[in-house]
Ligand binder design. Structure first.
Ligand code: IDP
Ligand code: MG
Length: 168
């Protein structure tokens, strides 16, 4: 007997390869301190995105200056770097079709006041300078940020068995 599940899943894998995009998602020090690691990861898992890299780490100020280099001329930049280096973070790479766009939707707007309820920042945050999470803003920055935070061997290529129930 042909298993429908296997038939659907095997026809799917090559079609999916072309759609993959990666985004860099980070639980910031306030998100870690407030016990939001599991909550944030869970929202990405439930969406159907695939985790391909994750580490719990203390970032250095030098590393954070590189990560936020585009914002170096902003008046809040020194405070941003201090805040981001004030405690450990969870650095993650998530993969899927339109992963960057969905990541931003899950996290909400930069300012929590503009973030809808149901988003991480809308549900859990108040101040712009304590917005709990980071998400890449374009596929290009996703690629660049993942390269900055992960060595190639720290990223895992794997097949998620639920993909054929997430993607058509
Ligand atoms: P994003 O995190 O939504 O992509 P960006 O404009 O890239 O927003 O800013 C990066 C981070 O810098 C924000 O998430 C926030 O933590 C911080 N930030 C942005 N604007 C301000 C500000 O006006 N005051 C304090 N911190 C800010
Ligand atoms: Mg940004």
């Amino acid at each position: 007997m042909v298993c429908t599940f296997l038939a659907i899943c095997s026809s799917f894998s090559s079609a999916m390869a072309a759609q993959r995009e990666r985004t860099f998602i980070m639980v910031k020090p306030d998100g870690v301190q407030r016990g939001l690691i599991g909550e944030i990861i869970s929202r990405f898992e439930k969406k159907g995105l695939k985790l391909v890299g994750m580490k719990f780490m203390q970032a250095t100020e030098d590393h954070l200056r590189l990560h936020y280099a585009d914002l170096s001329s902003k008046p809040f930049f020194p405070g941003l770097v201090k805040y981001m280096a004030s405690g450990p973070v969870v650095a993650m790479a998530w993969e899927g079709s339109q992963a960057v766009k969905y990541g931003r939707i899950i996290l909400g707007e930069t300012h929590p006041a503009n973030s809808a309820m149901g988003t991480v920042r809308g549900d859990f945050c108040v101040d712009i300078g304590r917005n709990a999470c980071h998400g890449s803003d374009s596929p290009e920055s996703g690629k660049k940020e993942i390269e900055l935070w992960f060595k190639p061997e720290e990223l895992v290529s794997w097949g998620m068995s639920t993909d054929c129930w997430v993607y058509e």
